[in-house]
Design a protein around this ligand. Structure first.
Ligand code: HEC
Ligand code: HEC
Length: 152
């Protein structure tokens, strides 16, 4: 116990001997939000997805060849992707897409032979993202090539 007090004191002395006192060092520390508790939180509002339940939206036009299509529907409550289950595949999977009236997953997502989804495509949301109505954080002047849908 006594020994640890000595160590703490030695550490404090070492900090002081570096030029600035401990209070001075603390005063120089700035947070992004500032120290005033009444400061308005800088975190943007949580946005709702633009799309609603699947089955009600039109596909969002693709703007370049090879673009993973954007998800036009909301994904709240069915975006679970784990070892045990993949909720995206409960509608888009090979065995169910017709019954669920959902677009079939891309042929490039399948293993050779076309019978099962490749694990390289298992994490759907690394490529496909749902949309919110948000102001771009930086200016974007990208103009896509017109209508890159697979049926054209
Ligand atoms: C309840 C069924 C259902 C579930 C679950 C579902 N989808 Fe969909 N998805 C649809 C339907 C139906 C459409 C057609 C557009 C619409 O009606 O919203 C669609 C459209 C899409 C499209 C657009 C395809 C294109 O050609 O433009 C993508 C991409 C997509 N879904 C990805 C996903 C991903 C990723 C998940 C999991 C996070 C998911 N979906 C979960 C039913 C579903
Ligand atoms: C590595 C990126 C990537 C991953 C992961 C991925 N996709 Fe795709 N997806 C694409 C691209 C790119 C396309 C456009 C067609 C193509 O090139 O295969 C596409 C197309 C689609 C389409 C439209 C069908 C078509 O032929 O255009 C659906 C539906 C879809 N993906 C669903 C899914 C689901 C569900 C998963 C998860 C099981 C998933 N994707 C995982 C990149 C990906």
């Amino acid at each position: 116990m006594k020994r640890s007090v000595t160590i703490v004191l030695a550490a404090a002395l070492a900090a002081c001997s570096s030029g600035a006192t401990v209070p001075q060092q603390l005063a120089a520390t700035q947070t992004l939000r500032g120290a005033d508790a009444a400061t308005v939180d800088q975190v943007p509002n949580k946005k709702e997805y633009v799309g609603k339940r699947p089955g009600r939206q039109k596909p969002i036009p693709r703007t370049f060849t090879g673009q993973p299509p954007l998800i036009p529907h909301a994904t709240t409550n069915f975006d679970e992707i784990s070892l045990e289950e993949n909720q995206c595949l409960t509608c888009h999977g090979l065995d169910v897409y017709k019954k669920k009236k959902s677009p079939k997953i891309g042929d490039a997502h399948l293993l050779p032979g076309g019978v099962a989804v490749s694990m390289e495509r298992y994490l759907c949301t690394t490529c496909h993202v749902p949309q919110v109505d948000a102001r771009p954080l930086v200016e974007n002047v990208f103009v896509g090539t017109p209508q890159q849908r697979r049926d054209q």
